[in-house]
Design a binder for this molecule. Structure first.
Ligand SMILES: [Zn+2]
Length: 146
């Protein structure tokens, strides 16, 4: 699958939410951490309003599965707040912030943002992707931290 470096969508996330993802990822080392992103879409720009830090039931440093019940609860909460599910995030403890073959295989929603935080280097790197399996493309979203 080709990695196309094209910005098809922009995404904004608050510094506090970025910090929350980083701390959740660090707390789960050496395993991957995961969660959901919720917010709204305005003029084609995704605005993350809330982060759900959830349990990786795989307890693995190389892959993740979001705890199904926690995911259900989070989706209910997202609806209750009148927000939209925007996608999910997970961490890569020792590899770069790009989707693994497994990440691509498990990416079912071409509308979703698949956010990956790499803790490989001292400074955490956050990237976000759209994965269109049908077209065989991975597109990078532009992230702005606000
Ligand atoms: Zn991954």
């Amino acid at each position: 699958m080709n990695m196309i470096c094209k910005f098809i969508c922009k995404l904004k996330i608050k510094k506090a939410d970025f910090d929350l993802i980083v701390s959740h990822a660090k707390n789960n080392l050496p395993n991957e951490a995961c969660g959901l992103l919720a917010g709204k879409i305005e003029d084609g720009i995704k605005i993350v309003e809330k982060i759900y830090t959830l349990t990786n039931i795989d307890e693995s440093p190389e892959h993740f599965s979001i705890h199904p019940q926690e995911q259900l609860q989070a989706i209910k909460d997202i609806r209750r707040l009148g927000l939209n599910p925007l996608g999910n995030f997970h961490s890569h403890p020792s590899t770069p912030a790009r989707p693994s073959k497994e990440d691509i295989r498990l990416a079912y929603d071409p509308q979703a943002s698949y956010m990956i935080l790499s803790l490989m280097d001292e400074t955490p790197v956050l990237k976000s992707f759209h994965i269109e399996k049908a077209k065989g493309t991975v597109l990078i979203e532009e992230i702005t931290i606000i």
